[in-house]
Design a protein around this ligand. Structure first.
Ligand code: ZN
Length: 336
């Protein structure tokens, strides 16, 4: 199992003091691993191998002998062969005991927290919206000046909103300009099935980060809409969690509101919110939940300042998870 063996070699001779760079590389690697396995959603590699192996019980028994605990520091040796547990599975790896689950989960919590970089000035280098619209010939310099004056005087609203409301500029043009600014498409809202997509992104993230799962294409791509700025951090987290490729785009402001409200009233998987005082406490709470739920797969990703744990309690049949088989935990670390 490439995932297991990589974990093992990585675990040897490493201290907790990994450099930021290493942690980031691991996070990326992990993201790629998750991405390369879209078809095995909720079915870790080992289980797939089992089901494809020699028929029936014989194959199962033989594989059980070579079952390897995902914890690089597992001390149970051959003992774990007598422990009859198939689950839990965390990030594709089976752990032989609650102690080993705690070890792999706390390593994952550390990995996610180490990968955190300070909030980037993500769009300082972007061409200002007004300037871009001026260059495109979509507005005049006097329209731009007046809208900027009004925005400054009111100390509220975005420039695009002032251009639309005060200067009569078409909203489509403003959205198109935002799309150019962010180098992303403007996404249409037709066929938006809020209920079907609610399983992919927890309600809290839809609400807090203004994300709108819009459409799934070919069972591989998730289109996610935003109102006036993209959220690449959230997009990457959803990619890592779902195994789908996330394509982000902007949605016209006047259409976004209603669709967002519709999205918020959809049915979401069960979620538990956790606030912990330290990484250690958080890791304990998470591994305890994993031990209780005994998921056939579970994954941990960071979304801005939260950690998101998703547990699949049953093997999944397709790229779209079954709502009632999923349990989410969203965790934040309390102020220090
Ligand atoms: Zn173990």
């Amino acid at each position: 199992m490439p995932i297991l063996s990589r974990n093992k070699s990585r675990g040897q001779g490493q201290t907790q003091e990994q450099t930021q760079e290493q942690a980031q590389m691991q996070a990326q690697e992990h993201a790629l691993t998750a991405l390369s396995r879209p078809a095995q959603m909720g079915q870790p590699a080992r289980r797939v191998a089992e089901s494809q192996g020699a028929a029936g019980l014989a194959g199962r028994a033989r594989n059980a002998l070579f079952e390897t605990c995902a914890n690089p520091g597992c001390g149970s040796g051959w003992l774990h062969l007598w422990r009859s547990r198939q689950a839990p599975i965390f990030e594709g790896g089976w752990s032989c005991s609650p102690v080993c689950t705690a070890a792999v989960v706390s390593a994952a919590v550390r990995r996610e927290m180490d990968g955190r970089v300070p909030a980037a000035e993500s769009h300082h280098h972007r061409i200002p919206l007004g300037l871009m619209m001026l260059e495109q010939g979509w507005i005049t310099s006097s329209q731009l000046r007046q809208a900027m004056d009004a925005q400054r005087a009111a100390k509220s609203g975005r420039l695009g909103q002032w251009l639309v409301r005060q200067q009569g500029v078409s909203e489509q043009l403003v959205t198109r300009a935002l799309g150019l600014q962010w180098s992303c498409p403007v996404l249409p809202l037709e066929f938006h099935d809020a209920d079907a997509l609610a399983v992919l992104v927890p309600r809290l993230f839809v609400d807090a980060f203004g994300a709108l799962p819009l459409r799934m294409a070919a069972g591989q791509i998730l289109y996610m809409g935003f109102e006036d700025r993209l959220d690449p951090v959230l997009a990457l987290s959803v990619e890592r969690m779902s195994g789908l490729r996330v394509e982000s785009g902007l949605v016209q402001e006047s259409l976004f509101g209603a669709a967002h409200t519709r999205m918020l009233s959809a049915k979401y998987p069960a979620v538990e919110l956790v606030e912990a005082v330290s990484e250690q406490v958080l890791a304990r709470v998470l591994s305890k939940s994993i031990e209780q739920a005994r998921p056939v797969e579970s994954r941990l990703v960071r979304v801005h300042d939260c950690l998101w744990l998703r547990m699949w309690r049953r093997p999944q049949s397709g790229p779209m998870p079954e709502c009632d088989s999923i349990q989410d935990m969203i965790c934040s670390l309390g102020a220090h």
